[in-house]
Each structure stands twice: as structure tokens, then as C-alpha cells.
Design a protein around this ligand. Structure first.
Ligand SMILES: [Zn+2]
Length: 609
């Protein structure tokens, strides 16, 4: 459950506030970052309202997390190691070397990364960047890299990342990217006003910056635990942790500083086993195993542990305690969900039945500000057993509109259901009130009274939520019920991210846009002969499916052959023309193919049919 009452939690313990403020050297003032055109890409000052006492429009536990996470500035972690926090969703960490500074995780946007580096230099001198480390392959840890490489000749400094970084960095959003980015608007509360009744962060950080994203490939792959590198005179010992919070992730240790970087594997909240925007489910068991390994490798020799979000933990005893609770958190969720599953509970039932041990319930950093116990239990269930709970009544259910129409009719019409819902809401059963009103709205999306009533219920669910992303989902749902679907911002795909896709990924990306029914009478075979790769890929449209494989050059059967370099492929796929691309065969094939390629609606409705 996400609801907590303030008295259940140790609000009197101010240790987190002391830690979050420790080593403060100075803030960016104002705490606003703009791009070259003057557009605001980050505004931390907009969260100044969090200084006040928690209002009744927020869960006190989440409000407290917002107070901690919205702190902004440069902080000393230990001698020679600094963090800029509060200038993006993530932290940038700076490690001073013999001749300059090593940057760990250059934020999402070049603009915020440049501002963070400038803030560091204001206080620590104009040290050149001598190395970059990406802890893992999520965009909030590499996207702003150009902001710290300004003036650094390309290829002149080492860039270190876990094995599989590039593949992971570009692949997560290739297939389900449109649905994920629409749902991410709900998760981060992009359309919401920041304020006591609006967006107060997402638990992990405040929100995401909106500047320019890039991707510079690593030059050093970390492939095994125990691998050591010396960067600008600084010795670093690595632990690879594949398949934890990210498919490619690593922790690492600085022996001369007795400092441990836990990447995003141990942050000051319960993280996500599946993010609400949607993702492949992560493995809680592996996650806990690697946390235990990090403890045995490093914890007792660490005077401080820091991560890519939130504030550090000082003192080896506290580091050990912190990591052991984080380890137990993921292991407990994994093991207990499986135990409950094996007694016959489905995901919803297991989530409801899950009770956390007292130590995990009382520690602040094990609370579900970003992930939640409820949705993480369902994630474990999903990982092992999938969507079907085994009950045949739920094997072949009607989709939402068809079910809603029947439910509303069975319950005596919309007025009767709205009145029933009002009764449940008045008794505080907001969950069932939402379920009833959702049926009314899906049976008749023009019922504005039902939409308003449901929006009010979502508001109240949001105000009670301890989880930042739940709050954002409820509030965004309420917003869209009242004002209609928020239009997705223009797609600003990073050219560097797109160009890092493989030929196979690009062909897959186009295959998932083929409108099957419209295409199933068409047959076409196109060869892509890449002069720079020395490879020919054949894509074949048949039965509404665009499949592809590598073929030997000159294999007969192609209706059209395109002769090009890989860099030209994207333009051809986006239909911007075939300039500079050699062609052999029937050019009309292109038109026939493009005619069955669908452009997805990036602003599809969620809380209405
Ligand atoms: Zn992150």
C-alpha cells in the first residue's frame, strides 16, 4: 500500500536532511538553465514551494522526499569528489585527478551538464575534463555528454562504460518507444503545474530536463568485476552488474578515497522493477545478488557511498547497513512474491498481501517513492507468470469499452453508477470509486459529470500517494479528463542516438509500423546494399510482415536495390527521398511500401476510450 500516516514514520529523524546538505559549497543562482534560444530546459526554483509544511494535497512522506530531492548545488562528497545535485533528474559526480576532473554521468541535456560543470569550476577552478564514466545506459546518465566535452578534442579522453552500453542505450526505446513516451508524460507529470496540488517530483528526482540529448560512444568497456583502470592518475575498481536497474550497469570503487559509487543500484528509494511508463521487467533477484557482492567487495573499506541519484551515505557502518537494507528490500520482494504466487495468489492479490518487515518499513530509503511495493510485486509476478492469472473467467475478457457498456447497463445506467461511486468515495474507498467511474466514462466519454467526478477521485488518490509516479499518473489522468489529451511535444530524436541504431534495429523499427491488414496483399523485396558495411540486407514484405535478413551480394529476387551508406538509411526510411542513393530496379516499390507504413499517434487517449 502507498498510503502512510505521518505518525507511522520517523519524521523526527533529520539525518537525511543533514546528509543532503552536507558538504554544500554553493548553488546555481537562479536555479534555471536555458538553451541557446533562451528556452528554459530546467527550473529547480519552481520547487521553492516545498519549503513550506506539507499541505493536505500531498502525502507527507513524498513531500519530505521532494524537500530532500529539490536541494540544488555543488556538494563535497569527500576530499577530491564532488556532486552537482538538483540540476537534472540525476546527479553529476566529479572526481579530481592529477591534471583535471573525471565526470561521472553527465545528466540528460548538454545544457544542464554544462551548467553543472560550470558550477563545479566556479568553486574548484577551471579543471579540464580528463575522462567520462557512464554508470549505465539510461539517458539521464549520458545524454548531456556534449555539455562536458566542449573544447575537448574528439577521442582525446577515455570514456568508460559497462559492457553492452551502446546496445542498451539505443535499444530500450526502439520498439515500444511511442507508447513509452506517451506513458512517460503521465509518469513524470510533464503537463502538470509544479505546486502543492500539482507536480512535486517523481521520487527519484524532480523531473527530466528538456535540452539537447547526445550520445558519444565509450572507448573503454568494463567487461568484468575486478577490472581496474587508472583515469587521470585515479585508480578505479569496477563491479559489473548486468541486468539490475539497467541491462548494462556497473558499480565502482575509488581505493585512494575509500569512496564507492553505487550507480543507480542503491538509491534513496525503492526503485522500479517495472517502470509505470512500461519496460521489460527487471530481475529483483539478480539485483539483490549484486548488492550483496558490492557489500563484500567494497562496503567495509568505504567511508562514503554515493549514487547517481539522491545524496551520499557516510561512514562504513552506515554504508554496510544501507546496502544491506537495499539488498534485503529487493530480495524480500522477489522471494515473498514467489512464495505468495506459489500459494495461488495472483499479482493483484500478492501485492495486497505483501507486508514489509519492520526494518524495511521504517527506513526512509526503502520506501516506494519511485518504485512501489504494490507495482513491484506485480512486476515480479509478471516476470515469472505473465499477464494471465490462471482463472479462465479472466482468460477472454471484453476490452474496456465493451466491458464498461455492459457493467453500466447491469448496474442500472450511468446516473445509478455515479451515485454508487459517490457513496464509495465518501466512505474513502477511492479505488473502487475510480473503478466504477472509469466504467461510466468508457461507456460514454461525453458524460462530463462522470469525468469531473472521476477527476476529483484521481486528485484525492494523488494527494494520498507516497509514490511520486503514482501521484503524477493520477494527477495527469485528472488533468486530461478535465482538459482533454495533452499533445505530445514535438519529437526531438537525437541524431546521434538514431545513428547508433544497427541496420537490423532500423529495419525492425520500420517493420513494427507496417499496417498488417492493409499490407497483406502486397509483396515486395528490397535490397539495401551498404557500401560502407560491405553487406546487403534484404527486406521482404509478405503477409503483412516486413522481414529482413542478410543476403549475398547479387542474390536474385529483389524488386529494387538501394545502394547506400548506413548514414543515408534513416532519411530513406523517413521518406525524405532517395537523394544520393543509387537505385536498381522498380522505384515504384518505395511508394507502395510507404503507403502501408503507419505514423503512430503520439498523443493517444488513456483515461478516455
Ligand atoms: Zn537514472
Amino acid at each position: 500500500m502507498t498510503a502512510v500516516t505521518p505518525s507511522d514514520l520517523p519524521f523526527h529523524d533529520r539525518t537525511d536532511f543533514e546528509d543532503a546538505d552536507r558538504g554544500f559549497l554553493g548553488a546555481l543562482d537562479p536555479g534555471v538553465v536555458t538553451d541557446a534560444s533562451g528556452r528554459v530546459v530546467w527550473d529547480n526554483d519552481a520547487y521553492a514551494f516545498l519549503d513550506a509544511e506539507c499541505p493536505d494535497t500531498a502525502n507527507p512522506s513524498l513531500w519530505r522526499q521532494g524537500q530532500l530531492v529539490s536541494r540544488q548545488g555543488l556538494y563535497e562528497v569527500c576530499d577530491g569528489i564532488y556532486q552537482v545535485r538538483g540540476l537534472d533528474l540525476s546527479n553529476m559526480t566529479l572526481v579530481e585527478g592529477d591534471t583535471g576532473v573525471i565526470v561521472i554521468d553527465p545528466l540528460i541535456s548538454a545544457e544542464t551538464a554544462a551548467a553543472a560543470l560550470a558550477l563545479y569550476r566556479t568553486h574548484r577552478g577551471d579543471r579540464p575534463v580528463t575522462a567520462v564514466i557512464y554508470t549505465h545506459a539510461h539517458v539521464d546518465h549520458f545524454g548531456g555528454v556534449h555539455g562536458v566535452l566542449e573544447g575537448v578534442p574528439a577521442g582525446s579522453i577515455p570514456i568508460v562504460a559497462p559492457d553492452g552500453f551502446m546496445e542498451s542505450a539505443v535499444s530500450e526505446n526502439v520498439y515500444a518507444g511511442v507508447a513509452m513516451s506517451r506513458r512517460a508524460m503521465y509518469m513524470y507529470g510533464v503537463a502538470l503545474e509544479k505546486g502543492p496540488a500539482g507536480q512535486i517530483g517523481c521520487g527519484l528526482g524532480m523531473t527530466t530536463s528538456t535540452g539537447s540529448i547526445g550520445l558519444v560512444a565509450p572507448t573503454i568497456d568494463v567487461t568484468r568485476t575486478g577490472q581496474e583502470e587508472v583515469l587521470d592518475g585515479v585508480r578505479v575498481v569496477f563491479q559489473v552488474t548486468p541486468g539490475t536497474e539497467c541491462p548494462a550497469e556497473m558499480n565502482f570503487y575509488f581505493p585512494h578515497r575509500r569512496a564507492l559509487c553505487m550507480a543507480e543500484n542503491a538509491t534513496r528509494n525503492l526503485h522500479n522493477l517495472v517502470t509505470l511508463r512500461g519496460a521489460v521487467v527487471r530481475d529483483a533477484r539478480v539485483w539483490s545478488v549484486y548488492l550483496d557482492e558490492a557489500m563484500t567487495l567494497f562496503a567495509e573499506e568505504s567511508d562514503v557511498a554515493f549514487a547517481s541519484h539522491h545524496w551520499p551515505t557516510w561512514g562504513s557502518d552506515r554504508v554496510v547497513e544501507y546496502l544491506s537494507l537495499q539488498r534485503d528490500l529487493y530480495a524480500y520482494l522477489h522471494d515473498q512474491t514467489l512464495r505468495l504466487m506459489n500459494t495461488g495468489l495472483n499479482g493483484t492479490e500478492a501485492a495486497e498481501a505483501m507486508v514489509m518487515p519492520p526494518a524495511l518499513d521504517q527506513a526512509w530509503h526503502t520506501h516506494g517513492y519511485y518504485g512501489s511495493v504494490s507495482h513491484n510485486v506485480k512486476a515480479v509476478y509478471q516476470r515469472y507468470l505473465g499477464w494471465f492469472d490462471g482463472n479462465p473467467a479472466r482468460l477472454w475478457q471484453h476490452p474496456p469499452v465493451e466491458a464498461a457498456t455492459r457493467y453500466v447497463a447491469c448496474m442500472g445506467g450511468a446516473d445509478a453508477v455515479r451515485s454508487l461511486a459517490a457513496g464509495y468515495a465518501a466512505e474513502g474507498d477511492l479505488r473502487f470509486a475510480a473503478e466504477l467511474l472509469d466504467r461510466v466514462v468508457f461507456a460514454d466519454p461525453s458524460d462530463t459529470a462522470a469525468k469531473e467526478q472521476l477527476a476529483d477521485v484521481y486528485d484525492r488518490l494523488a494527494y494520498g500517494a507516497e509514490n511520486g509516479t503514482w501521484r503524477n499518473f493520477f494527477l495527469t489522468g485528472a488533468h486530461e479528463l478535465r482538459h482533454g489529451v495533452v499533445q505530445a511535444p514535438p519529437e526531438v530524436g537525437s541524431a546521434e542516438l538514431l545513428s547508433a541504431l544497427t541496420v537490423e534495429q532500423l529495419l525492425d523499427a520500420i517493420a513494427i509500423r507496417v499496417d498488417g491488414p492493409r499490407a497483406w496483399d502486397l509483396e515486395a523485396t528490397v535490397d539495401w546494399r551498404f557500401t560502407d558495411l560491405g553487406q546487403t540486407h534484404r527486406s521482404t514484405l509478405r503477409n503483412g510482415v516486413l522481414t529482413h535478413r542478410v543476403v549475398a551480394d547479387g542474390t536474385p529476387g529483389a524488386d529494387l536495390t538501394l545502394v547506400l551508406e548506413k548514414g543515408q538509411m534513416l532519411g530513406a526510411l523517413l521518406g525524405v527521398g532517395l537523394d544520393q542513393i543509387g537505385t536498381e530496379g522498380d522505384l515504384d516499390v518505395i511508394g507502395r511500401l510507404l503507403a502501408v507504413i503507419e505514423t503512430p499517434d503520439r498523443s493517444f487517449p488513456i483515461v478516455t476510450p
